[in-house]
Design a protein around this ligand. Structure first.
Ligand SMILES: C[C@](O)(CO)[C@H](O)COP(=O)(O)OP(=O)(O)OC[C@H]1O[C@@H](n2ccc(N)nc2=O)[C@H](O)[C@@H]1O
Ligand SMILES: Nc1ncnc2c1ncn2[C@@H]1O[C@H](COP(=O)(O)OP(=O)(O)OP(=O)(O)O)[C@@H](O)[C@H]1O
Length: 329
């Protein structure tokens, strides 16, 4: 066995434009109706298959720890900047499971450069894990010529769903083998119908220097008697109806607001910045609002950087594709 070349990609974050709770299941998970869009706030991940067993993961912050800590107004050793390098990291879990499933010899050398904050509801760890599965599969094919391509989609999808409810979204549309930006997700988030946006989405995202546990938010949520539906939004995003005819919704916003006092100021500042459709994404704490253009988003983000009280990562973003392109070096 030899070492593979380096395989790299840029795992994107996501925003939940809509999230409704339909039921609480016996296994503790919730049935969802959610609409996710990938955005161009991205990590960087490099993977190669090596002769050494296990996963050797190194993590840094692309903009430098000092710079991110300054934006967040915290010390460099603050837990907001801590990213695990052991099997708590979903990248390590993904590659270990790939090794077991494919009965591979050897292990992995991995370099992860973070941009996406954790505990933000932006799915950063899940996206890293999905990318690790894709890169790992590609690298394994280089050193193990007998891997069956027909097993690829089935294996990646089942490992992704095992690792986390958000992970399958970040694999993209495996069946149709096309790049897309959006999906309507049901089940616990793993049943996906991908679609292409009629027009790019522009937004400003504020991560208000607070990490929230997804499990804690779900433990405080309430399933409504009459759930709202994502139908109008789905039709507007696909250009079937006029784009102004939709509203966004997140059933996890109320329980998350009860866990962090940093969400309300983020929502207030976004709504005062001349943007529309202000909401929290996923289980929080990050909040976003939609802009008409990349220029409006950039100007609003710049203004918010001077007006938002306390530390925060504030970015102008736009819709992006899943999966992101793989490079080989
Ligand atoms: C909030 C979202 O990000 C929206 O896209 C996802 O629903 C969360 O997805 P995730 O972070 O991949 O979550 P998982 O790692 O699968 O689950 C973490 C915990 O969240 C709760 N959970 C998650 C997904 C779901 N549909 N119902 C739940 O109740 C469960 O308590 C679970 O133990
Ligand atoms: N690759 C990774 N990058 C960042 N954090 C990770 C990673 N793998 C595991 N973690 C851990 O996962 C936890 C949550 O991270 P994640 O970014 O998935 O949360 P989130 O923003 O709430 O996303 P989601 O929308 O999926 O709930 C953190 O405690 C973090 O330490």
């Amino acid at each position: 066995m030899t070492e593979s070349r380096w395989y790299s990609t840029s795992p994107p974050a996501k925003l939940n434009l809509f999230l409704e709770l339909l039921a609480r299941r016996d296994d503790g998970f919730h049935e969802l109706d959610t609409v996710m869009v990938a955005i161009d706030w991205r990590d960087e991940l490099r993977v190669r298959h090596t002769t050494v067993p296990g996963v050797q993961l190194s993590v840094d912050w692309t903009d430098g720890r000092t710079s991110v800590a300054a934006e967040l107004q915290v010390d460099e050793d603050n837990e907001l900047l801590l990213v695990p390098t052991d099997d708590k990291n979903l990248v390590v879990r993904a590659l270990n499971r790939l090794t077991e499933t494919l009965r591979l010899e050897g292990g992995w050398e991995v370099q992860l450069s973070k941009n996406i904050p954790s505990g933000a509801g932006m799915g950063g760890a899940s996206s890293d894990a999905a990318s690790a599965l894709k890169l790992g599969w590609a690298a394994a094919c280089e050193t193990q010529s007998d891997l069956s391509a027909t097993l690829k989609n089935e294996t990646l999808l089942s490992l992704a769903a095992e690792i986390g409810s958000d992970v399958p979204f970040f694999l993209g549309d495996l069946e149709a083998d096309r790049v897309v930006q959006c999906a309507h997700a049901t089940g616990r988030g793993e049943k996906l119908k991908f679609f292409t946006l009629a027009n790019p989405l522009h937004a400003v995202v504020i991560y208000p220097a607070a990490s929230i546990s997804t499990a804690q938010v779900y433990s405080r949520c309430q399933v409504p008697d009459s759930p709202q539906s994502s139908n109008d939004l789905l039709r507007a995003l696909q250009g079937i109806t006029a784009e102004s005819e939709f509203s966004l919704h997140n059933a996890l916003q109320a329980p998350a607001r009860g866990l962090s006092s940093r969400i309300d100021p983020a929502l207030e500042c976004l709504s005062k910045a001349g943007l529309t459709h202000c909401h929290m994404t996923g289980s929080g704490s990050a909040c976003f609002a939609l802009a008409d253009s990349s220029q409006q988003a950039a100007i609003a983000a710049e203004t918010l950087r001077s007006t938002f009280p306390g530390g925060a990562l504030i970015r102008a973003v736009m819709s992006y594709v899943v999966p992101s392109e793989i490079h080989i070096a």
